[in-house]
Design a protein around this ligand. Structure first.
Ligand SMILES: NC(=O)c1ccc[n+]([C@@H]2O[C@H](COP(=O)([O-])OP(=O)(O)OC[C@H]3O[C@@H](n4cnc5c(N)ncnc54)[C@H](OP(=O)(O)O)[C@@H]3O)[C@@H](O)[C@H]2O)c1
Length: 237
């Protein structure tokens, strides 16, 4: 189950998992994008179930997990990739932007885990991959976004300790700047400031992050990849 599969890192991860033979449930709000992705996966012989879901609505998230279990009989992996960000300093972030980032990046993540975990515990088998960010471990000027991703990192670190004896693995993925729609969708003044800060740096591609995730989820069951940190070479200082 991949949340945030309608674009960027989630879409690239879904495609990479499909080429490894995974049966996929793909989750986001934009159903047209999910259907196009499902068609691409099916054309290559894979299996994909698009489920239009707002991860920040608890009932929708639990219904999505129920649907996956009805359809596939089990849930092996949750790839919690959905996220939003306004990478602005605190004084240039509005209160509605705070709420949206916490609703999706924190509550949406918690609802996704809460819905998936009982299934994985009953199976005594599962893998939760949480797409946090470099801003979730280091301090960056994007105060509220960084705070929401520090929460995501803390959830990953803590959950891993809580469920590691239940057969469930947890991986925190913490990339630097990735070339996706993430930046272009920000408020124009914030987008311009971020683009200025990044300059002509060659960013990571979504496929680079997907390749890291594939590494983490294809290790033998005895191996837990705790943290995956990936940065553009020029941002790695
Ligand atoms: N790009 C970067 O530089 C970067 C760096 C580090 C970490 N990240 C993290 O990587 C993750 C993926 O971002 P991306 O770069 O791939 O950006 P993206 O292309 O904008 O993708 C974001 C995805 O999240 C989904 N999403 C947002 N709100 C949602 C909601 N309420 N319910 C369900 N799905 C929702 C979007 O789908 P819909 O709009 O269709 O719902 C979309 O599929 C995010 O968690 C982001 O914080 C990004």
């Amino acid at each position: 189950m991949v949340t945030g599969a309608s674009s960027g890192i989630g879409e690239a991860t879904a495609l990479a998992l499909a080429s490894e033979g995974a049966k996929l449930a793909i989750i986001a709000r934009r159903l047209d994008r999910l259907e196009r992705l499902a068609d691409r996966i099916r054309e290559n012989g894979g299996e994909a179930l698009p489920i239009q879901t707002d991860v920040a609505t608890e009932t929708q998230m639990s219904a999505a997990v129920d649907r996956v279990v009805d359809e596939f009989g089990r849930l092996d992996m949750l790839l919690a990739i959905a996220g939003v960000g306004v990478a602005a300093p605190f004084q240039r972030t509005t209160t509605s932007e705070y709420r949206q980032m916490f609703d999706v990046n924190v509550f949406g993540l918690l609802y996704s885990i809460a819905a998936a975990l009982p299934i994985m515990k009953a199976q005594r088998d599962g893998h939760v991959v949480i797409l946090s960010s470099g801003t979730g471990r280091y301090i960056h000027p994007s105060t509220v976004y960084s705070a929401s991703k520090h929460a995501a990192t803390a959830i990953a670190e803590s959950l891993r300790r809580e469920v590691c004896t239940d057969g469930i693995r947890v991986t925190s993925v913490e990339p630097g700047a990735v070339s996706t729609e993430f930046i272009s969708q920000m408020r124009p003044d914030v987008r311009d400031a971020v683009e200025k800060r990044l300059g002509d740096m060659e960013l990571l591609e979504a496929q680079d992050v997907a390749a890291g995730i594939i590494y983490a989820v294809t290790q033998p069951k005895r191996v837990n990849v705790n943290i995956l940190t990936l940065y553009p070479a020029q941002q790695a200082a």
